[in-house]
Design a protein around this ligand. Sequence first.
Ligand code: BG6
Length: 514
Amino acid sequence: MNATDQPGPTVFVIFGGAGDLTWRKLGPALYDLSQDRSLPAQFAIIAVDRIQLGDEGLRHRLHEGVNQFSRFGKAKPAAWNQFAQHLHYSQGDFKKPSTYTALGAQCAKLEKLWGAKAHRIFYMATPPSLFGEIPKYLGRAGLALDRAWTRIVIEKPIGYDLESARALNAVLAASFEESQIFRIDHYLGKETVQNMLAFRFANPLFEPIWNRRYIDYVTITVAETVGVEHRGGYYDHAGALRDMVQNHLMQLLCLVAMEPMVSFQADEIRNKKVDVLHAIRPIPQEAVPQSAVRGQYGPGRNDGKKVPGYRGEDGVARDSQTETFAALKLFIDNWRWQDVPFYLRTGKRLPRQASEISIQFRAVPHQSFPPESSLGWQPSRLILAIQPDEGIVLGFQAKIPGAKMQLRPVEMRFNYHENFLQRSPDAYETLLWDIMKCDATLFMRADQVEAAWQLLMPVLRGWQTAPPSDFPNYAAGSWGPEDVQGLLAHGHRWPLPTELAGGNEKPASIRNSI
Ligand code: BG6
């Protein structure tokens, strides 16, 4: 980002401005944008919430958040004071028209002061129960009318299932046009996720082999070491499938599997992604046990410390049947991917934090070397590491130095930090800036969200009708339930996450499967 790219005058309204998301993510991201000189001079943040806080209270609260979470570290007084001038607090009930009338007047006042028309961004950082309400009030107050100057931003969960997602999309569509609606999936703002497009479509090297002829299977892993933290109440009604698979993992799958885009236009890219979702083979409800595995963590150890099981977490029912681990086997019925399995897994309280995509290539068609030369032999593998390690690893075979012809797997590594020597912006920074620039490329369209729900509905229904009998079925600090191995076809493996930082000394052959 640079100063010449700055958006025009902007009023950034945050509903839920006194809440956790604003404190932890939105405040720090907007502050970081200001430090990058990416915000316009005519810029205001209006935080709206129910509690009494006042401008000073808001500034104090966000200052703390910035000090903890900004990528620039603790805010320097001059920089903070400069930023704080843009912060305003407005107390109001989200379900009272007067809140919106006052907001409209406040926006108009700022525009008058600036002598310029401003973009108005309405960000719903509230509990999901208000997602269906705020757009209606904005619509009734006439605050959504100016199509080119007004945007609304919504966070996941976008619905609880297909039906509620459709209903929510309909509420949004009643007041806003699709081009005004920005549905956030913060995974799409991650640098390494965006780099997948660059890697695939800016390099001719891999595209010719990016298909069923050369690729045996793909695994997508999003492993977390954390439990449900302070979000037990929300999570216990969601579970891993709704919380992670419906959005983040599906988006990663789309980026791996999509066809090349013709141009870097928001709808062109989103069309290509939605094509993937439409091509995924539906899972019939009776086939759910062969295609999906769920798990819930019990007590165990994380980072050497004892941790409670999921049912012992705050806000979680003591007999909860919510899954904290979900894995799926999917197939994409098109020319490129027919019969190539895509294995997806995500879980909480796993041994390592790692989001990675592994592309496992097929074995050579004929083994020309004598059997004893290739004891640790493995087909080539490409790993796209998203976090916390950020980079790309290509595993292939090399000859071990010496008189004998012996092979073993080696790796070529690209490490983001080593190459670019700078810290990537937080995903929210990228996404907020895109919203201000009205670039919807990294946001989910209504049809994408609904297509992803549609795919998962048989699994949700199947799991609901047959409650798990074995929960908790994995110990905190393990790689999930045993059953997850059963999803894999013969010879396929869940790979261990790679270690880019500091290099992994172990050859790929000894860090195979788990
Ligand atoms: C959120 C989920 O969308 O993503 C959380 O609700 C999860 O449960 C989080 O922990 C993971 O995000 P990240 O960026 O830390 O991988």
